[in-house]
Design a protein around this ligand. Structure first.
Ligand SMILES: NC(=O)c1ccc[n+]([C@@H]2O[C@H](COP(=O)([O-])OP(=O)(O)OC[C@H]3O[C@@H](n4cnc5c(N)ncnc54)[C@H](O)[C@@H]3O)[C@@H](O)[C@H]2O)c1
Length: 247
């Protein structure tokens, strides 16, 4: 799919990977809806896009609420008259205390898996109605492919995103809708900062052992532009400061 003039919704577009993807899409000429629970950061990105001559709007959206998702996609279609690209990417940080009484593990499943399924469901329905095809990319994680003792619920949710996305490969032949997932290794964002702290991040940066959000945005753009990709699971890893894309 050519990105210019297309309409994209990016959840969690106010920070990190989402923000880098909003900027990359707008630079290629897409009209972008920044969907984020944090309206302040979402609006700042919109201002950045507008300042660079691009087109974007911000919609406050809590992806765990179906009503908010429907509202966001409806605004995209009303404002820009189509919906071509959806990047389901939002998430919250916090500890994965599945064995702890106070651990809100169900919240992790809500945002990292249920919300992705819900947003995909709504977007597929709208794309089918418009009969123009589309691309949906879901952010999973390398942790969706391998076990992680310190974050078992997150690992389960992301593994769910991987197999959910893979299971929708048939939509390409049925409706020209391509659903893919992207699995990054550690990325230099607020989420990584919350987990590791500044000192450890600095060390990883100096060793070239952490991805930049722009590396993931580049992978997302590849999945959008390559019309053969459906049910693809793209991994992005880093070694000596260089990003490697597989799958
Ligand atoms: N950073 C990493 O190391 C890493 C690695 C692999 C996968 N990921 C995945 O990448 C995605 C983006 O993570 P990031 O590192 O850019 O995080 P981030 O914290 O920088 O950005 C997350 C964004 O999501 C928004 N958000 C939070 N809850 C929301 C909700 N309920 N509804 C809508 N928006 C909400 C936040 O406001 C924020 O703008 C996540 O799905 C994460 O699991 C991150």
């Amino acid at each position: 799919m050519k990105i210019v003039d297309k309409v994209a919704v990016v959840s969690g577009g106010g920070s990190g990977i989402g923000k880098a993807t909003v900027l990359a899409l707008a630079e290629r000429g897409a009209r972008v809806v920044v969907a984020d629970i944090d309206e302040v950061s979402g609006s700042q990105i919109v201002d950045q896009v507008l300042g660079a001559g691009g087109t974007a709007i911000c919609v406050r959206c809590d992806v765990t609420r179906t009503k908010d998702l429907v509202h966001t996609f409806t605004i995209a279609v009303e404002q820009f008259e189509r919906l071509d690209i959806v990047f389901n990417n939002a998430r919250i940080g916090g500890e994965d205390l599945f064995a702890d009484e106070s651990g809100d593990w169900a919240r992790i499943i809500d945002i990292d898996l249920t919300a992705v399924i819900d947003a995909t469901r709504i977007a597929v329905r709208l794309m089918k109605q418009a009969n123009q095809g589309g691309v949906i990319i879901n952010t999973a994680s390398l942790i969706g492919l391998w076990p992680m003792a310190s974050a078992p619920v997150y690992a389960a949710a992301k593994a769910g995103v991987v197999n959910f996305s893979r299971s929708l490969a048939y939509l390409k032949d049925e409706s020209h809708i391509r659903v893919n997932a992207i699995c990054p290794e550690l990325v230099d964002t607020a989420m990584a900062l919350g987990g590791l702290g500044e000192a450890q991040l600095q060390e990883l940066r100096s060793l070239g052992n952490i991805l930049r959000p722009e590396d993931i945005a580049a992978g997302v753009l590849k999945l959008i532009e390559d019309d053969t990709r459906a049910g693809a699971i793209m991994s992005i890893t880093v070694t000596d400061g260089r990003a490697y894309v597989t799958g």
